[in-house]
Each structure stands twice: as C-alpha cells, then as structure tokens.
Ligand binder design. Structure first.
Ligand SMILES: Cc1ncc(COP(=O)(O)O)c(C=O)c1O
Length: 388
C-alpha cells in the first residue's frame, strides 16, 4: 500500500520552498519532480539498521551496490552493463554540468530538444557554451523529433554535444527504438558526443518501453546518466550512476573527478539505492498504478469539462504537460495559475522560453485528492472567466 505523506513544514523544496520560487506560500504544490509518497519499506529498514549500528564513520561503497544496479538494468531494460563503466555522481544535473566541461570547450555548441528540463538549458549557458535548440514537432499535444532541423542545426553550428532527455521531461515521450537510432546516427555522422539523461527510465506507463540510448547503436560516445532518484523517490540521497563505455571519456571523467575530489558518494545513498534496486519492484508497481490513475483522471475530467485543454499523452515520467492556450493568453498563464487557481506548477516558459508560455507541467506523483483539487481549481477558474 502506498502511503501519502503530508510534507508541509518538513523542509521539503516542493512544499516549503514555495515562497522563494513562486513568491507565495499558500499554494497547492505540484511542481518539483519528487513524490509525496513514503519510500519503500526495504529502504527504511536498511537505513534504520545502519543508524542503529550508530557509527557514522568513513564507509566504502558496499560490495553489492553496483551489482544491484547491473541486475536491475539487465532485468528491466535488457541492458548489459560492465561494472568497469560505472561511476558515481551526486546527481544527474551535476554530472551534466561536469560532462559539458569534460567533453566541450568554451563557446562550443551544445544541442537540446526543446521544450526540455530547464537545468539542461542553464548548464549549457552557465558553462559558457552556445545553446542550440531544436524544437520538437507538436501535433495536438503529441510530440515527435524534427530530424531535419536537428541535423541542419548540428551542421550549421558545428555542434559538439547533444543532451538527450529519455524519457522526455516535460512532454512525457518514451522514445522508440527507431527514433533513438535516427538521433544517434546523425550524432555519429557528425561526431557529436551524447549525454543521455535516463533518470525517468522506470517511470513508464502502460505498454511503453524504455530503451537505453547506448543499446541502440555501436556508437560509443554516449554517456548515460541515471539513478534510483525518480524510480524510488530518493532525491535526498544524492546518488546517481554515470555509465561510460568509451575508455577515453572514462579516463577524462576519472581525471576530472580526481581534481574536484568527489570520487564517491554518501553512505545513506548507497544503502538506500541498493536496497531499493534489490527489493523495491512491488512498490514501484504501485506507484505506476497511481500515476496512471491520476493521469486518466486529468485527461477525462478536462475532456469532459474543458475539451480544448490539450493534455499530452503520458508515455513516461510523472509529469503531465498541459496546454491552456485555447482558454488563456500565454502571457497570463503564470498569473492565472498562481493568483486565481492557487497552484504551484512548472511554467512552460521555463522549458525553453516564451514560445511555450501556453503550457504548464503538473507533477502527478501525489494523491488523487491533490490532483483532483488542482484540476478542478483550473476548471472552475476558467469557467468563471468564460462566464464573465
Ligand atoms: C530529466 C531530469 N534530469 C535530472 C533531474 C534531477 O536530477 P538530480 O536530482 O539527480 O540532479 C530531473 C529532476 O526532475 C529530471 O527531470
């Protein structure tokens, strides 16, 4: 049974960081991507055991830690990993920033598929690289890749690095094998290195299937970043996996972490992540069921009450991409959502600029009650506006 936890006044970014992010405290929070559910029992038991032992001294990586991840990848993603390829980082976003420094030079061009998770955009800009955006093609809320635009922009800008989000935050796509192959073929042809952020790899809905990018081709200049963070709600553990099959990139990475002296992670992270990979599968199934149910509720309720609200199909992630543009002017969406609906959502503009300002992203890894409240607040406020 999933256990919903009231998280206000627990120093949670999502619930207690509202004022700094949205300028208001009193909002229903469905933004930052973590879950309002207690982690699986196996994680709590193992962490308790460690705390009861009572010595928090230096601690090496546990013997079975990497093997638990290798087994998970093999069992659920049919991906054969070599232990030698696996490294640690304290988060996927830090690793993206590291790899921008490792794989590119100042002013080099880096390409992304927009709209995309905004720390990708910040990482490129903050590291003094040139951001190249290739917009996904949007047909009534269903997104595909514009391969011609992607390749043209790589050639025009002499792009050195591609940062892929797979599954894609915020549009909820789980990329198909042929889509990944086409992307990688283009990258290989133009010698573009690839970072594949697969942190949402296990949050896949229905019959959709996540395919590891590195498994679709023999191109080995692909670095994969993933973690138990989204799968098991372990963001606090700051523990991610970096997978580097290419020996030169691996050497460059090892040199880099040697210089910043972050060669390994914290003990709580190792223990939590290993136990979740070993025993968390049933808990994950419950989560996926809840996400699917919440998504169907959103889809059906909007279809019935406000059919012009466009909800993108949710193939993966627990983030729903919603287009309010038929009812509200893009420039008014932010004010409407905060001031009228009293909601904290991620605003479309964050994911690539003003051209996405009709959209909001709603995190639905929460109770059905919270989702229903948010949806009904939006419907109510739009209907009030229409009736004026
Ligand atoms: C695509 C994607 N990558 C990375 C992250 C965050 O990763 P981390 O907390 O490991 O830095 C998120 C969190 O929302 C995400 O959606």
């Amino acid at each position: 049974m999933l256990k919903y936890i009231e998280r206000k006044q627990t120093d949670s970014t999502k619930w207690d960081g509202l004022e700094s992010m949205f300028g208001e405290k009193d909002l229903l929070s469905l933004w930052v991507a973590d879950m309002d559910f207690q982690v699986c029992d196996c994680v709590i038991e193992k962490l308790k055991e460690y705390l009861e032992f009572g010595v928090l001294g230096y601690y090496k990586e546990p013997e079975g830690y990497k093997q638990s991840f290798i087994n998970w990848e093999k069992t659920y993603h049919n991906y054969e990993l070599n232990k030698e390829w696996i490294r640690y980082s304290p988060g996927v976003v830090p690793a993206i920033n590291w790899f921008i420094q490792i794989l590119t030079e100042r002013n080099d061009s880096v390409i992304v598929l927009t709209p995309v998770y905004y720390p990708f955009l910040d990482a490129v800009k903050n590291n003094g690289r040139k951001l190249i955006e290739s917009d996904l093609i949007n047909e009534h809320g269903s997104y595909t890749i514009n391969f011609k635009d992607f390749e043209d922009k790589i050639i025009e800008n002499n792009v050195k690095l591609f940062i892929l989000c797979s599954p894609h935050n915020p549009v909820g796509r789980v990329w198909k094998r042929d889509e990944l192959q086409s992307l990688i073929n283009i990258c290989k042809k133009h010698n573009v290195k690839v970072i594949s952020d697969e942190i949402h790899q296990d949050i896949v809905i229905g019959k959709n299937k996540h395919i590891p990018t590195a498994a679709v081709s023999d191109y080995d200049s692909i670095v994969t970043l993933t973690a138990g963070t989204k799968t098991f709600n372990l963001a606090a553990c700051k523990n991610s996996f970096v997978i580097i099959p290419n020996t030169e990139i691996l050497k460059a990475f090892d040199n880099f972490v040697q210089c910043i002296r972050i060669p390994s992670g914290n003990t709580f992270g190792y223990i939590a992540v290993q136990s979740a990979y070993e025993k968390g599968r049933e808990w994950l199934k419950e989560i996926l069921k809840q996400i699917q149910e919440n998504y169907l509720y959103i889809k059906e309720t909007f279809n019935k009450e406000l059919p012009l609200v466009e909800i993108s199909p949710l193939e993966g992630t627990y983030l729903t991409w919603i287009n309010l543009g038929s009812y509200i002017e893009g420039e008014d969406v932010e004010r409407f959502i905060k001031e009228k609906c009293k909601l904290a959502l991620d605003f479309g503009e964050w994911f690539g600029g003003e051209r996405f300002n009709n959209y909001v992203r709603m995190n639905i890894a929460t109770s059905k009650e919270n989702v229903a409240k948010a949806v009904n607040q939006i419907i109510h406020e739009i209907q009030m506006m229409k009736n004026k």
